[in-house]
Design a protein around this ligand. Sequence first.
Ligand code: HEM
Ligand SMILES: *[C@@H]1O[C@H](CO)[C@@H](O)[C@H](O)[C@H]1NC(C)=O
Ligand SMILES: *[C@@H]1O[C@H](CO)[C@@H](O)[C@H](O)[C@H]1NC(C)=O
Ligand SMILES: *[C@@H]1O[C@H](CO)[C@@H](O)[C@H](O)[C@H]1NC(C)=O
Length: 490
Amino acid sequence: MMWSGCGVEVTLAIVALVALFIYLTSNLDYWKKRGFPQIPGKPLPLFGNTFQMLTGRKSFSDMFEKLYKDAGDLPFAGMFHGTQPCLLVKDPELIKRILIKDFHAFMNRGFEIDEDLDPLNAKALSSLKGQRWKNMRARLSPTFTSGRMKAMLPMMQACSDELLKCLEEDIRKNSGEALVEMKLFMIYPKLIKKLNLRLSVDEASVFFRNFVEEAVKRREEAIDKGEGNGFGDFLHHLVLLKKTGIKVNEIKEEDDEDKNEFIKGDKEVSEVSWANISVDDLAAQAMLFFGAGFETTAALLSSTLYELSKPGNGKEIQGRVREEVDRVMKEDGGKITYEGLKRMQLLDRVLNETLRIHPPAGALSRIAVENYTIPGTDLKIEKNTMIFISTYSMQHDEKFFSEPSKFDPDRFLHRNEWNHFSFLPFGDGPRLCIGERFAMLQVRQSLASLLSKFEFDLCVEKTPVPLKYAKVSFILASETGIWVKAKLRS
Ligand code: HEM
Ligand SMILES: *[C@@H]1O[C@H](CO)[C@@H](O)[C@H](O)[C@H]1NC(C)=O
Ligand SMILES: *[C@@H]1O[C@H](CO)[C@@H](O)[C@H](O)[C@H]1NC(C)=O
Ligand SMILES: *[C@@H]1O[C@H](CO)[C@@H](O)[C@H](O)[C@H]1NC(C)=O
């Protein structure tokens, strides 16, 4: 009896396993059946082509770098992320179609977040879909125009003054040289103290909900008393709009250069009202800006300092950038101004070259929202297929950038020598990074003020050259941290 009972169980287990195996392998011929070229090599059941990533052996960008290389000269290649069929797209022309020309067919980003379980992340602009995304994007866009950015510069300046003061004290205490790790804390010292970054999703949601509720109340009161003009930051703008209940199509921005024609032309969007927005909606965007926004900005600033403090040509370029900063500041009476930052062209090329080599977001994704036939072929990308664009790999591809691992800001001197769609650190099209201008202004401002006061050398004992990226990070970040020695300029 015991044996036969056990036998039944074993048989059942085997049947279940076989069934599971058939189920798991059943879609591995997904791409073949549809006539798509595939990444060479057999995808594994359950793990697809991303075994090393799913088991923590490769970072997201290393994984996509490998797949990109394996795909060779294919303009696009079918693959499996786990069991999910996805398309890796390499061809700049097709990328342009997906991101811009045929955006309507690839409107969403394709992460599934359960709104009941994790409402704030689900309501964040980056994860919203379809009409809800359009409405929220239309509401938020006016917050990020150059006029608004210019108004935020003093706030950024105050942040970096704080940093300069801390750093200077540190240097004086340590007999002329301080060893510092470049990280988020460096850039937003006050903010990070307030915000314990080790929060779980639930704790973070509670934190941001309370934070926004409190801030909204305070600012509504301030606006009521007519003293609302001193804040100048995102939240203030958002609260003002919410309070006045203004409709999106009534927002007049003196410099409305937002290129989102896709959204502007949308009838439903123009009826969207700010009055209808909830505290949760606001808290979700605040959490997104703090999380995704500031960490990427900090990563860009750190990797720029890394490149500029590397022995050899890094130090030489640091000298050249400092000369430019000194010259422009002198022209502007010793200050860093909005117009001055625009004139720091080498600084801009340095930032672009850093974004090319170390793009904080290593890849872009879209999801097909309708069936889409790839132009010039009869291959159909089916609705709900995930699309990946490995920006990191394209920016390191010899085909697009000669000597790709060489840090050479002057390659950006010749605008028409690089294919625009092979360099997408902020994405492109109606869904591109909404914070690009904010991030670039912030980083320009911080770098210019740091270089005007200090000299940096990489601490090569603690920071490997070339940089190693952390394996378990959502953004490209150094595994060891970036350590530099800072001295006051002589
Ligand atoms: C150097 C810093 C930054 C980099 C490299 C970066 C990069 C990116 C990239 C690659 C995307 C995806 C774009 C696409 O799919 O086409 C994105 C989206 C986004 N970024 Fe950034 N970002 C940075 C800073 C910021 C900042 C400071 C903010 C907010 C203040 C921000 C807010 C967003 C939002 C809200 C989205 C989603 C937009 C949407 O879905 O409509 N980012 N970012
Ligand atoms: C306001 O919000 C409610 C509930 O979310 C929604 O049903 C309604 O359509 C919204 N109205 C406008 C004008 O957006
Ligand atoms: C930097 O790259 C952007 C594209 O992201 C481009 O529009 C800009 O002109 C570049 N800047 C310089 C100085 O090359
Ligand atoms: C999309 O393609 C699938 C499979 O080829 C088909 O079953 C489905 O009906 C198509 N959907 C639309 C809206 O055409």
